[in-house]
Design a protein around this ligand. Structure first.
Ligand code: BDP
Length: 585
């Protein structure tokens, strides 16, 4: 799916602003006719994009995950008469239905990904339209991240496991319209999709269009313009664009070309255009190494989250820009989008700043006691939608297809997961044969995790010295090295996608004590030494870049404090330590 574009041929009107929201805990909105307009007697003002939780905490909705109905009005410009209109949602957390002028125009697809709904025949240029969106922040029990309800803990006699809100993961389930929404317009004859695969020599490119006779493609940059025009056959054409003196993209020098795709009609006139920035780079696996542009690279970076005070998971551009400066300041070269696809604005900045992205599908802690055919189908659909959105991104160098499946050490994981992973990885590889695939293994799933056989990169998360061997780094590193040795049998590069310790900013001790800034720093340094020493380990991502909010339960102080920056981005001691370790000082 292509992001919204503003140019000569297309317009994208940002509908961000203050909307109205009404909560519907009993799911009666449908029967009450809220699709035509929500009950203003019950509604609150709400900023979009932005999660409802912290905005409306005082009104009682901090932990709300049920139906919530949004309403706004938008104007369809008269100028756009005769054009094709749609509404583009960056995401809706986690499921949504959309009505315009009382008509149901469609639903969201995979959670945390965009969806685009046609308005043709629904809106009239020159007139205002009423937009109603019903969002629900609970997850399908058969999704790639399985949902859970508040009742489950009691039914399963696990009251001590109860989280508020009920989730099966370690971050807060912020609900709402968390990314921008656009009213888009384009001509009926338009570029439908394109695939741009870059390497060190240039770009292999293919385009699909609705209407038009030919496509003109230009790669502009480094003092050169490479241009090709071809007739469309069945709406498609393919190109090879190779500059004479290619300038490469890398973390040290994130040079971006401009790629222009112009659709041309039979009379030779331009009728549509899309442009994107693209870097020339090659990322691949060779033996136990990762190579960027032919040179071995060690991944240094973080698992992150998209979240901030007040905004919740709502897009917070100032913080996002700051985060990229902090990534550079600390000497990081990569990020995993733990544990879901991040915004397109995040990817724009990663391209720009030269940050390699391991792009993760929203699949967390899959419990194989409850995995069924629907789980597999939904997981595959989420991968298809992720790859469709991000396939043209220079920064995306690998796909992560799941985080910590088999997390409960359930015996079913061994029995059922090998064929499951075979299908999942084959599905992803068929959609993108160019990027390596990985997942993030949890210790409980074992060093013989069936997913390793399918992966190109052996990804793992380890917390020796935290959840086990508390405050005993000498024992922790022995176990870590044993894990590395055990998974090295695959002969593939190993990346430690998570390791870290909680530190309460301002807490100190002169000996190893959990939750202090010193222990967090010593923990990270001890792990980094093992990462550097092991010949098969090709990188490490500290968990986490910054502190983040979790659901409420007795094992968290409402925040996970494993950030090397606080939630408001002040560095802890470990951040200064990493800056030295990673050679940025
Ligand atoms: C891992 C999870 C991550 C958690 C982290 C932790 O992948 O989401 O936040 O552990 O416990 O198991 O801090």
């Amino acid at each position: 799916m292509m992001p919204p574009v503003n140019n000569r041929f297309r317009s994208a009107l940002d509908l961000s602003g203050v909307w109205q929201i009404a909560f519907d805990p009993e799911a009666e909105g449908d029967a009450k006719g809220w699709a035509n307009g929500i009950d203003k007697g019950l509604s609150f003002a709400i900023a979009v994009p932005g999660s409802w939780n912290e905005q409306l905490a005082e009104a009682g909705f901090m932990n709300y995950v049920g139906d919530a109905w949004y309403e706004t009005r938008f104007f369809v410009p008269e100028l756009s008469a005769g054009r094709s209109h749609s509404l583009y949602f960056g995401s809706a957390d986690y499921v949504a239905d959309v009505w315009v002028n009382g008509q149901h125009i469609g639903s969201s697809g995979a959670a945390m990904l965009p969806f685009d709904l046609s308005l043709d025949g629904i809106v009239t240029p020159g007139e205002e339209a009423v937009l109603v969106v019903r969002v629900n922040a609970s997850l399908d029990p058969d999704g790639p991240t399985q949902g859970i309800t508040q009742e489950t803990y009691q039914e399963q006699k696990r009251p001590r496991d109860e989280y508020l809100p009920a989730v099966r993961f370690d971050f807060f389930p912020f609900g709402g319209l968390n990314r921008p929404i656009y009213l888009t317009s384009k001509s009926a004859s338009a570029i439908r999709d394109y695939t741009a695969i870059s390497d060190m020599a240039g770009v292999t490119f293919s385009v699909e269009a609705e209407g038009g006779a030919a496509a003109l493609v230009r790669l502009i940059g480094g003092g050169e313009t490479v241009e090709q025009q071809q007739e469309l056959v069945d709406g498609c054409a393919s190109f090879e664009l190779a500059p004479a003196a290619p300038k490469l993209w890398s973390p040290d020098s994130p040079f971006l070309y401009r790629l222009e795709i112009i659709l041309i009609d039979a009379a030779g006139a331009a009728i549509d255009q899309i442009s994107q920035k693209i870097g020339l780079r090659e990322f691949r696996v060779e033996g136990t190494s990762l190579l960027l542009n032919g040179e071995p690279i060690i991944l240094k970076g973080f698992g992150k989250h998209e979240e901030s005070p007040l905004h919740g998971r709502g897009l917070n551009l100032p913080q996002l820009v700051k985060d990229f400066h902090l990534l550079k300041w600390i000497g990081a070269n990569s990020v995993r989008t733990s544990h879901y696809p991040y915004s397109e604005e995040f990817l724009d900045l990663a391209d720009e700043f030269g940050i390699l992205v391991v792009d993760e599908v929203f699949s967390i802690n899959l419990d194989f006691r409850h995995v069924n055919d629907s789980t597999l189908a939904n997981h595959k659909a989420a991968i298809s939608e992720l790859i469709a959105r991000d396939k043209n991104r220079t920064c995306v160098v690998a796909w992560s297809l799941s985080n910590e499946p088999g997390y409960l050490a359930e015996p079913e994981y061994r029995e059922k997961s090998a064929p499951y992973w075979k299908e999942i990885f084959a599905h992803a590889r068929a959609l993108d044969p160019t990027r390596p695939m990985t997942h993030a293994n949890v210790g409980y799933a074992g060093n013989d995790d069936p997913a390793f056989a399918e992966s190109d990169i052996v990804g793992m998360n380890r917390y020796h010295g935290w959840y086990s061997e508390p405050a005993q780094l000498d024992r922790a590193v022995v176990r870590l090295k044993a894990d590395f040795d055990a998974v090295a049998v695959h002969g593939k590069p190993i990346v430690l996608f998570e390791f870290g310790a909680d530190a309460m900013a301002g807490q100190h001790a002169s000996y190893d004590q959990m939750f202090t800034e010193e222990y967090q720093q010593r923990f990270i340094e001890a792990y980094w030494a093992e990462i550097q020493a092991h010949p098969a380990v090709a990188g490490g991502h500290v968990w986490n870049f910054a502190d983040f909010r979790t659901a409420q339960h007795g094992r968290r102080v409402v925040h996970n404090l494993k950030g090397v920056f606080t939630r408001t981005r002040e560095p802890k001691m470990a951040a200064w330590g990493l800056r030295k370790l990673w050679g940025a000082e």
